[in-house]
Design a protein around this ligand. Sequence first.
Ligand SMILES: [Zn+2]
Length: 364
Amino acid sequence: FQRIKAEQEAAGEMPFVNPRNAAAGSLKQLDPKITAKRPLEFIAYGLGFTSEDAEVPDTQEDLLKWLRKFGLPVHTTTHTWLCRSVDEIMAAINELDSLRHQFPFETDGAVIKLNDRALREIAGYTSRAPKWARAYKYAPEQAQTLLRAITIQVGRTGVLTPVAELDPVFVSGTTVSRATLHNEDEIRRKDIRIGDTVVIEKAGEIIPAVISVVTERRPPEAQPFDFLAHIGGKCPACGGPVKRNPEFAWWVCENPSCPAQKTRRLEYMAKRGALEIESLGGIVADKLVENGLVDEPLDIFNLTEEQLATLNLGTPSEPRVFGAKNAAKLIETRERARTMPLGRWLHALAIPEVGDTTAHDLAR
Ligand SMILES: [Zn+2]
């Protein structure tokens, strides 16, 4: 996963945020050759369709043995437990908790299933999930670290999100150096100050968040955080006017031409699940907007390969061009986007409240 992430970053692409996302993204790839290159592994844990004459074992325990007999990869027996009471289930969950940090993959919980397949039929299903299986999630991991600074991110709708810049700390299998502070009211409610030692929490996919302050370790000079004063009363990206949304707890940049917003909208259109245009993240999007090549996301469809290839990602004194190879790849995926299904395009428009699922429902 780290290798794929490094390759994506080197190619100027948006890296996967976590291994689960990487696995799902790899399987959804439109080009199977790319999927084949990804180091995916498969673990069998259940059955989908079987022909009527198949002699399927009666229990989950025997099913796993059966699958293993065929040479299919199955979890080792030390990672599955057969339990006969709630006490035994809780003991197994605790045992797994002590083992799981040594696994070569991330885990955030356990699944408890009825062993007997006949009992499963009696337990039945809801419209979404079987009633004979339950997921157990472990409490998110926490760690303490120093909050060095608070920076402000400008979102695609102009929302200003405060971000904690932290002394790097290892939690839930990754090094965390930034965590969301959500908004002004959250900072005030938790009385988070620059220089504080804070408790952060990270669970699986979720963005790390600052949970609380260790007030005993607060330096005497730490001042209450004043959001508006911190940003000098203006948008940190464009210097434009800001206004606090009366309904919600956040500040927004009111400048419709704010380059940070334009960049985020462009990235949103190009992201996975939307139009999937390669190499349009981060610095590339920044520079396209900064150089006036993109004013609104659809402008990307008017750019020539030449314009993209010569795009300077460095500085005027130390130029570093995007290059012909990257430009060709971007154009290729852009042309593919033209024939993407309607749902993808609706998603790419970034209409508030219209996510992936709603966009596809609307298209249908
Ligand atoms: Zn702005």
